[in-house]
Ligand binder design. Structure first.
Ligand SMILES: Cc1cc2nc3c(=O)[nH]c(=O)nc-3n(C[C@H](O)[C@H](O)[C@H](O)COP(=O)(O)OP(=O)(O)OC[C@H]3O[C@@H](n4cnc5c(N)ncnc54)[C@H](O)[C@@H]3O)c2cc1C
Length: 583
C-alpha cells in the first residue's frame, strides 16, 4: 500500500462504478448520445460477475409460445415477487426486454436459434411460457462480451482494478468518488457531474454462495448508505435450489436452473422424486424459494445424501442434447470426474441473489440523493420477495438503457461541466483509508468475514425465526466490536485493506438483513419465518433502510402501488406453466 497520501485527480462528466452488464449498458447509451463517461471495475474488462450468468435472459418474444406477451411476463414477475415488487419497474422490465434482447443480437450476441431462425427460448422456473433466451449455459459471458466489444467500439474508457470506497456528497449532491488502484495502492479522487452505482449485490455474505468470494461483498450497500441514499427490500435474499457441494473450493457454485429447465429431476437419498409432495403441478420448475425450501426440508429430515445434499439428474436426456444445451455444467462436473450424461449431480441450496439494494425511480435510475443513480443488481424493487430466473440479466440492459438515456437528456440540458470535489472531503476519506491500511490490531478481517458467513447462514438463511434473528444480531454486535481492532498491516499489496473494506460493507449489509427479517413478521417469497409461516396482507409493503446522522440505521415501511390494469388482467387470467411438456 502506498505510504503517501497524495492522490491522482480524475475528471469525467459521468462516473460509472461497475462494469457488469448494467454499468456497461448505461455507458453505451450515454456514449451513443454523445456524453462521455468513465467506467470503473475491480477486475479486468469483461470479468464482472455478469460473466457467470448461465441460463438465460427473459423476454416475451413468443418464439416458441406465440401466446406470450409482455403483460404475462409482468404478471409472472409480480406473482413470483409475491406482490412486493415495484409495479412500474416490472412494467418497464417486461415491456422493454424484447427490444433489448434483439438489440444484443444485432450487436453480435450469438443467441441459440430455433429451426426457423428466431431466438430460441427455454423453460425457466415459475414462468408461464418458454421465455428465457440463451447462449447454451454461457449467456452472461456472451452478453458481456458483446457489451464490452460495443463499449470498445464507442471508445468508452475503462479503468480496471479500481476499488471505490466512498461516494463524495457535497451540499446534498453526489460529486464524485474516492478509491484506490488495487495494483499500485495509489489513491484516486474522481470528480463527476453524475455518479452511477452499478456495483451489484451482497450474497458473498453467506457461507455458501454462488458468487466468487471477493465479489458481491456489499459495496453497493456501503457506498449508497454512506452517500445518504435509501435502500429497500434488504431482508429478501434468494437461495438458489441447486449449488455444488463438493469439492470444498466449488462449494456453492451454481448448477444453473437451465438443468431443470431442460428436464432435470430432483431425487432424495432414497430415490424418491420428492417435488411430487411439495409441488405436484410445477414440480422441479416451481419458484426458486419453493424448490430451495423443499430441498432444505429433505436434508433436515434426514433424507439427504451423505454429503448433505440431494440428487439432480438429467441423464434421461440424450447425451448430445445435454452437451449442447449445458456445456458449462457438463464441463464443471466432468472436471470432478462426474459425467452428468450418465449419473446425477449432488446439489444443495446456495445464496444466489440479493433482491435488496438501492431504491430508485425506475423511469430515471435516480436514487434519493441528487446526482446519484443506480442500476442492475445494485437496485431493489424489480424482483420483490423472489426473483424469477432470467429477469436479472433483463434488468441490467433494460434499466441500463433507461438510466443512460435519462442522464444523457438531463446532462444535455444542464451541461457536463464538472465542479471540482472539495479537497477536505477527499482528504478525510484518504486519511481514513491510510489508517485502515496500517491498522495493527488483533483480528484478521478475512477471518471475521468467514464468521459473518456462518452467522448469516445459520440465523438469516432459508428458514428464519424471531429467536434466531435476535441471536444473530447479538452475535453480529460481537463481530462488530472485534472489527474495531483489525490486523490489516503487513499483508501484500492492498489485500488487507480490501478485506477490511469488504468486512465493513458486509457488517452493514448483515445488520440490514437481520433487522429487516426480524421486522417482517410474516413469510413471503424467499423470506420464510417458521414462527410466522403465513403471508399477511398487511405486510404487502416494502421496508426502507437509511442511515441516521449518528450512523445508526432507521427502518420504515412503505405501501406498494397497484399494477396497471393490463397487467392486472394478465394476473386475473392466471396463466400457468404446463410442466408436463417436459415429461
Ligand atoms: C453463477 C450465477 C449465475 C447467474 N445466472 C443468471 C441467469 O442465467 N440469468 C439471469 O438473469 N441472472 C443470472 N444471474 C444473476 C446476474 O448474473 C447478475 O444479477 C447480473 O449479472 C448483475 O449484473 P450487474 O451489472 O448489476 O453487476 P456485476 O456483473 O456483478 O458487476 C458489478 C461490477 O461492479 C464492480 N464493483 C463492485 N464493487 C466495486 C467497488 N467498490 N469499486 C469499483 N467497482 C466495483 C465489479 O468489479 C463489477 O465490475 C446469475 C448470477 C450468478 C452468480
Amino acid at each position: 500500500m502506498a505510504e503517501s497520501t497524495t492522490y491522482e485527480r480524475i475528471e469525467t462528466p459521468v462516473l460509472i462504478i461497475g462494469a457488469g452488464a448494467a454499468g456497461l449498458r448505461t455507458a453505451i447509451e450515454l456514449a451513443q448520445s454523445g456524453i462521455r463517461c468513465l467506467v470503473l471495475g475491480k477486475r479486468r474488462h469483461g470479468d464482472a460477475h455478469t460473466r457467470w450468468a448461465a441460463g438465460g435472459i427473459n423476454a416475451s418474444l413468443g418464439s416458441l409460445d406465440a401466446e406470450d406477451r409482455w403483460e404475462i411476463h409482468a404478471a409472472d414477475t409480480l406473482r413470483e415477487g409475491h406482490f412486493v415488487c415495484d409495479p412500474r419497474a416490472v412494467e418497464l422490465l417486461a415491456r422493454h426486454a424484447p427490444d433489448r434482447v434483439r438489440e444484443l443480437q444485432a450487436w453480435g450476441c450469438d443467441f441459440s436459434r430455433t429451426e426457423e431462425g428466431g431466438i430460441n427460448q427455454r423453460y425457466f422456473g415459475a414462468q408461464s411460457f418458454r421465455r428465457t433466451c440463451f447462449v447454451g449455459d454461457r449467456t452472461g459471458e456472451a452478453m458481456l462480451r458483446t457489451l464490452v466489444e460495443r463499449a470498445r467500439a464507442l471508445e468508452i474508457p475503462y479503468r480496471e482494478n479500481t476499488f471505490v470506497t466512498r461516494i463524495l456528497v457535497d451540499d446534498g449532491r453526489a460529486r464524485g468518488a474516492v478509491g484506490f488502484d488495487m495494483d499500485t495502492g495509489r489513491f484516486l479522487a474522481f470528480s463527476a457531474a453524475a455518479v452511477v452505482l452499478a456495483a451489484a449485490g451482497h450474497t458473498a455474505l453467506y457461507r455458501r454462495s454462488s458468487s466468487r468470494e471477493d465479489e458481491n461483498t456489499g459495496d453497493t450497500v456501503a457506498l449508497a448508505c454512506g452517500a445518504g441514499a435509501v435502500l429497500r427490500d434488504m431482508e429478501f435474499v434468494q437461495f438458489h435450489p441447486t449449488g455444488m457441494i463438493r469439492p470444498p473450493e466449488m462449494r456453492g457454485r451454481l448448477v444453473t436452473e437451465a438443468v431443470r429447465g431442460e428436464g432435470g429431476r430432483l431425487f432424495n437419498a432414497s430415490g424418491e422424486r420428492f417435488m411430487e409432495r411439495y409441488s405436484p403441478e410445477q414440480m422441479e420448475l416451481d419458484a426458486r424459494d419453493v424448490v430451495a425450501r423443499a430441498i432444505y426440508e429433505e436434508i433436515q429430515a434426514g433424507r439427504g445424501t451423505p454429503g448433505g445434499g440431494v440428487r439432480l439428474d438429467i441423464s434421461h436426456r440424450e447425451a448430445d442434447f445435454i452437451r449442447e444445451r449445458l456445456p458449462k455444467i457438463y464441463g464443471q462436473f466432468r472436471e470432478q470426474g462426474i459425467d452428468i450424461t450418465r449419473e446425477p449431480m449432488e446439489v444443495a441450496p446456495t445464496a444466489h441473489y440479493a433482491m435488496g439494494g438501492v431504491m430508485v425511480d425506475f423511469d430515471t435510475g435516480a436514487t434519493t440523493v441528487e446526482g446519484l443513480f443506480a442500476v442492475g443488481e445494485a437496485t431493489a424493487g424489480v424482483h420483490g420477495a423472489n426473483r424469477l430466473g432470467g429477469n436479472s440479466l433483463a434488468e441490467t440492459v433494460v434499466f441500463g438503457q433507461i438510466t443512460g438515456a435519462h442522464l444523457a437528456g438531463d446532462l444535455a440540458l444542464t451541461g457536463t461541466s464538472v465542479p471540482p470535489v472539495g479537497e477536505d472531503l477527499v482528504r478525510e476519506e484518504i486519511t481514513a483509508l491510510s489508517r485502515l491500511a496500517a491498522a495493527d490490531g488483533e483480528h484478521e478481517p478475512r477471518e471475521l468475514v468467514g464468521e459473518l458467513g456462518v452467522l448469516l447462514w445459520d440465523h438469516a438463511g432459508i428458514v428464519r425465526t424471531e429467536e434466531g434473528l435476535g441471536a444473530g444480531l447479538a452475535t453480529l454486535q460481537g463481530v462488530g466490536r472485534r472489527a474495531r481492532s483489525l490486523a490489516t498491516a503487513g499483508t501484500a499489496g492492498t489485500e488487507g485493506l480490501e478485506w477490511a473494506l469488504n468486512l465493513r460493507s458486509m457488517l452493514l449489509a448483515a445488520e440490514m438483513i437481520l433487522r429487516g427479517a426480524l421486522l417482517r413478521s410474516e413469510s413471503r417469497g424467499a423470506h420464510y419465518r417458521s414462527d410466522a409461516p403465513e403471508t399477511r396482507a398487511e405486510w404487502r409493503k416494502s421496508i426502507l433502510y437509511a442511515r441516521n446522522a449518528d450512523d445508526t440505521l432507521r427502518l420504515r415501511t412503505e405501501p406498494i402501488p397497484e399494477p396497471p390494469s393490463s397487467v392486472q388482467a394478465a394476473l386475473d387470467e392466471s396463466h400457468e406453466l404446463d410442466y408436463h411438456h417436459l415429461e
